[in-house]
Design a protein around this ligand. Structure first.
Ligand code: PRP
Length: 190
């Protein structure tokens, strides 16, 4: 047996296991591959930083199904506190290329309030994409403030703070291969 990971002791409860993430990504990729069977090349737009793990695994799953995809990344930041966010978003890193006429799939790690995504979908629409859909690994139905159309959802989870697989607490835990809830003692350390 290998050494325990540095983060395991900080996790109170696992919400989604590594195997569940793997299986779900295969399932989502199959759905997307079938739905876009007639499309030459998809344009995946990952939202940094949280979506980086999901983007990497999802794009490779699509590739194994012989669906070519191009990868783009955006980085955005909400103004002020998330809880009181107006949904106004600042672009920290824009798309590198024109998406006009392209079939775009936004790749998100989590839809929480939906504010980021709602803004992003309006933005991508304004850039004249042929179509825009969303694949989100996680969604918190009880936290939604704006209704956003998310066509492909991995897991609906309770409205609690989770880390891992791209999701951070103070920039830590992103590299965890599973998704979990932190022990309360972790918060009192900071
Ligand atoms: C997280 C997540 C989504 C967004 C979802 O990003 O990656 O992009 O919040 O929240 P919302 O539905 O309430 O808008 P965050 O701003 O924490 O940045 P990060 O991905 O760099 O950690």
């Amino acid at each position: 047996m290998g050494e325990a990971n540095w983060f395991d002791d900080d996790i109170e409860r696992i919400v989604v296991t590594e195997q569940q993430i793997h299986d779900k990504i295969e399932e989502l990729a199959k759905q997307v591959a079938a739905d876009y069977a007639g499309v030459d090349s998809l344009l995946l737009v990952g939202v940094l930083k949280g979506a980086v793990m999901f983007m990497a695994d999802f794009s490779r799953a699509l590739g194994r199904l012989a669906r070519p995809a191009e990868l783009e990344f955006m980085a955005v930041s909400s103004y002020g506190q998330r809880a009181t966010s107006s949904g106004v978003v600042r672009i920290l890193k824009d798309l590198d290329r024109d998406i006009a006429g392209r079939h775009v799939i936004v790749v998100e790690d989590i839809v929480d309030s939906g504010l980021t995504l709602s803004w992003l979908l309006r933005y991508l629409d304004s850039r004249s994409a042929a179509s825009v859909e969303v694949v989100a690994l996680l969604r918190k139905p009880d936290a939604i403030k704006v209704d956003v159309p998310v066509k492909y959802v991995g897991f609906d989870i309770p409205n609690e703070f989770v880390v891992g697989y791209g999701l951070d607490f103070g920039e830590r835990y992103r590299e965890m291969p599973y998704i979990g809830v932190l022990r309360p003692s972790v918060y009192s350390r900071t």
